[in-house]
Ligand binder design. Structure first.
Ligand code: UDP
Length: 392
């Protein structure tokens, strides 16, 4: 007989939170299966050979406006307050991104810049945050000129590199993540809580998973221990029928062999250590146009680590090719992909033992705080089902 009441597939942020809640709130024994040799999913960070803490899968900046998420994670980590700032290399200048009033003043001559700013404020109000695709709809010649400049120099090539398609071909919500800002606020995020875990994401997620009722098994593909028969709604763990909950945080299409895979965008990372104290003036510099990479991040800016050298990472977007050892990062939000995802979800709905959770399984562009919030919410639904009790 298995000792487990639940199996979680994937030890990323979503899976870790769900495992911890089931163990600590329901008293369940939980098995977590992770196919990679480390926990944390794409949030994983580690010390590189030079001893600098780096984010293996690209920069992760925690930010949230959700008190419950902040309180939950604060049980497992101290924080280092850090407001993310990004510069974008455009026509030989470094301009603040999100594109804001300072960026406008750096890009146009004084009179034109001030006229644009006056119109922007008149039209949208001070402090407004306007998606670029919305700004492009404006009919005034001055705002059109501004929108075209920002679209052409900051967005269209970056987005084509990042997604392989032009901005109009993906959900408008994607480019709306980085709006045009009608103020001089140059922060990338405006949330009240912006910080990085004081000793890193891996340490935080490791503490989330440290509950004595959780067994974590790394380097273990799900199929080593768990078999799912989706068509007949049956599960086996270690060869025996399993009646507990399965929380699946992998790619949903992998549960449905024979079905067309969902499209994902991936990234190749080029990590470098440099024998100099600093490489660039901001945590992240975007390269929207000429270069093949989209951005360079220098980790010491965000971790605050003191070190004589510095470590940076270049991001090269690419299609997701598992045979090349790439990881899936971003769901590609075309209408067709969304529809296919909905069909797959409908099939899994007939399998109540299975909970699809997180960025990959729910085919969503979750930020880390959304992932935690979503896991807490899904846990509350599960608790209600099992115990009749709502959230405490
Ligand atoms: N984007 C852009 N230029 C930039 C920054 C962002 O065109 O300088 C677009 C691009 O399509 C990107 C999206 O805005 O995928 C969201 O950017 P964000 O920085 O939120 O992406 P993430 O950090 O999640 O990769």
């Amino acid at each position: 007989m298995t000792p487990y009441q639940a199996v979680v597939v994937g030890a990323g942020l979503s899976g870790a939170v769900m495992a911890e809640r089931m163990a600590s709130q329901l008293g369940w024994r939980v098995l977590v299966l992770e196919q990679r040799p480390h926990l944390g999913g794409n949030c994983y960070d580690e010390y590189d050979d030079a001893g600098v803490l780096v984010h293996k899968y690209g920069p992760h900046l925690f930010h949230t406006d959700k008190q419950q998420v902040w309180d939950y994670l604060s049980q497992f980590t101290q924080w280092r307050p850090h407001e993310h700032r990004v510069l974008s290399q455009i026509d030989g200048q470094l301009l603040p991104i999100p594109f804001n009033l300072t960026s406008i003043r750096l890009s146009f001559d004084k009179n034109e810049a001030e006229a644009m700013i006056a119109e922007l404020i008149g039209r949208f109000g001070l402090d407004a945050r306007v998606p670029i695709l919305q700004l492009r709809q404006e009919t005034s010649p001055l705002l059109q000129r501004l929108a075209e400049f920002i679209y052409q120099r900051a967005f269209v090539n970056y987005t084509s590199k990042q997604w392989g398609v032009r901005p109009e071909a993906i959900s408008a919500a994607v480019t709306a993540r980085v709006p045009v800002v009608v103020s001089t606020d140059d922060r990338y995020f405006t949330d009240p809580w912006q910080a990085v875990p004081a000793d890193g994401y891996s340490a935080m997620i490791s503490r989330i998973l440290q509950h004595p009722a959780i067994d974590l098994q790394l380097s273990t593909p799900m199929t080593d221990r768990l078999q799912l028969d989706i068509a007949n709604g049956k599960v086996w763990l270690d060869g025996e029928p399993f009646a507990g909950i399965v929380v699946y945080t992998g790619m949903i299409d992998q549960l449905l062999p024979g079905e067309a895979p969902l499209p994902y965008r991936s990234l190749r990372f080029e990590h470098q250590h440099l024998a100099q104290p600093q490489f660039q003036s901001a945590t992240t510099v975007n390269y929207p146009n000429e270069e093949a990479y989209t951005r360079i991040t220098e980790f010491k800016h965000l971790t605050g680590q003191q070190h004589a050298g510095t470590s940076i990472v270049y991001e090269y977007p690419c299609d997701y090719q598992p045979e090349q050892g790439l990881e899936p990062y971003y769901p590609i939000f075309t209408d067709e992909a969304q529809q296919r995802y909905q069909q797959y979800r409908a099939r899994l709905a007939e399998f109540p033992q299975l909970i699809a959770l997180g960025r990959l399984a729910e085919y969503r562009y979750f930020d880390m705080d959304d992932a935690v919030d979503n896991a807490l919410e899904q846990f509350n639904k599960l608790r209600l089902q099992w115990t009749g009790e709502g959230s405490k």
